[in-house]
Design a protein around this ligand. Structure first.
Ligand code: KIV
Length: 296
C-alpha cells in the first residue's frame, strides 16, 4: 500500500513495481471513510449509484445533480484514495463544452479524475477534457450507458474481432490523453490482449487478473445490493444487508416487548426537580415507566 495521498504518480509507481491497485466504488461519506481507512488506492463514485443507492433499474436515470451530491460526500470521506467521478449519461456525449463543464464540476467538487464510457466515438470529448487539465479514465467492454445497444449485461470481447475493436477503442482513448482505461466484463485473456497494446494504466472489473488493478462495486462485495443482479465475477466479503435486516428485527422486537429503551438509555432527572416532576405526573406514573432510571 502506497503512503500519503494517491496521485497519478502513485498509480504509475504501483504499476512499475508490479503491484495491483485496489479500486472500489463508494457513494457516501461513511463508506468512503471506511474504505479509505482500509487502504484502498482508488474510489470510483460510479453512476451505478443509480442502482445501488437510488433503486433505479439501470444507470441511465441518474444526472449531474445527484452525482455531485454523491461525489461531494465521498470526497469528504476519502483522505488518501484517488477519487474518480463517473460522468453520467448525456453529461459528456452531447458536446465538448458539456464534457468540460461537467467534468470540471466534478473536479471542483474534489475529484482527482473523471471517467466516461466509450471508445473512438468519445475520443474527441476525452481530448477536450484532458486539454482542460482534467485526468480522464476511459471505460470499455461492457458499458452500461449503452445497455440497449449491447443488448443487455453481456460479456464483451468474446471473439478476436471484438477484442480488436475494443483494443482500437482503447488506443483512441490513449491517443486522446486518457491516463487509464477500465475494462468491464471481458474474458481474462481478451482483456490482457487489450492491455498489452496500451502504454497507459488498465484496470478491470470482471476482466480477469492480468491488469493493473481491480475494481469492485462496494454493494456487491459488502452484500447490501438490493436486487437480483449478481455477476460471476463478484466475490462476497460481508452480508451488510442481512446484518441491517437482522439488527432492525432485533430492535423492533425490543421496542415491541418494552425492552428498549432500558434505564441505561434514559436521561435521569436532575435530583432537585425529581420529586416535583414525578408528582406533576400524578400517582401511578411510575407504573407506566417500567424502565425509569434508578434514582440516587
Ligand atoms: O458506475 C460504476 O460503478 C461503473 C462500474 C460498473 C465500472 O462504471
Amino acid at each position: 500500500m502506497a503512503d500519503g495521498k494517491v496521485t497519478l504518480a502513485t498509480l504509475a509507481a504501483l504499476k512499475a513495481r508490479g503491484e495491483k491497485a485496489v479500486f472500489i466504488t463508494a457513494y457516501d461519506y461513511p463508506t468512503a471513510t471506511f474504505v479509505d481507512r482500509a487502504g484502498v488506492d482508488m474510489i470510483l463514485v460510479g453512476d451505478s449509484a443509480a442502482m445501488t443507492m437510488l433503486g433505479l433499474p439501470n444507470t441511465l436515470g441518474i444526472g449531474m445533480e445527484e452525482m455531485l451530491m454523491f461525489v461531494r460526500a465521498v470526497c469528504r470521506g476519502a483522505r488518501r484514495a484517488f477519487v474518480v467521478g463517473d460522468l453520467p449519461f448525456l453529461s459528456y456525449q452531447p458536446s465538448d463544452e458539456a464534457a468540460v463543464r461537467n467534468a470540471g464540476a466534478f473536479m471542483a467538487a474534489g475529484c482527482d479524475a473523471v471517467k466516461c464510457e466509450g471508445g473512438r466515438r468519445v475520443a474527441p470529448r476525452v481530448r477536450a477534457m484532458t486539454d482542460a487539465g482534467i485526468a480522464v479514465m476511459g471505460h470499455l467492454g461492457l458499458t452500461p450507458q449503452s445497455l440497449a445497444q449491447l443488448g443487455g449485461y453481456r460479456v464483451q470481447g468474446k471473439t478476436l474481432d471484438a477484442v480488436r475493436r475494443i483494443a482500437d477503442d482503447a488506443l483512441a482513448l490513449e491517443d486522446a490523453g486518457a491516463f487509464a482505461v477500465l475494462l468491464e466484463a471481458m474474458p481474462a485473456e481478451a482483456a490482457a490482449l487489450v492491455a498489452d497494446r496500451l502504454g497507459i494504466l488498465v484496470y478491470g472489473i470482471g476482466a480477469g487478473p492480468h491488469l493493473d488493478g481491480q475494481l469492485v462495486i462496494s454493494h456487491d462485495v459488502l452484500g447490501n445490493f438490493v436486487g437480483e443482479i449478481r455477476p460471476r465475477f463478484v466475490k462476497r466479503y460481508a452480508e451488510v444487508g442481512r446484518d441491517i435486516e437482522r439488527a432492525t428485527r432485533e430492535y423492533a422486537a425490543d421496542v415491541r416487548a418494552g425492552r428498549f429503551p432500558a434505564s441505561e438509555h434514559c436521561y435521569p432527572l436532575a435530583p432537585e426537580c425529581d420529586a416535583e416532576i414525578r408528582a406533576a405526573r400524578g400517582s401511578g406514573a411510575q407504573a407506566s415507566l417500567p424502565y425509569a432510571p434508578a434514582l440516587p
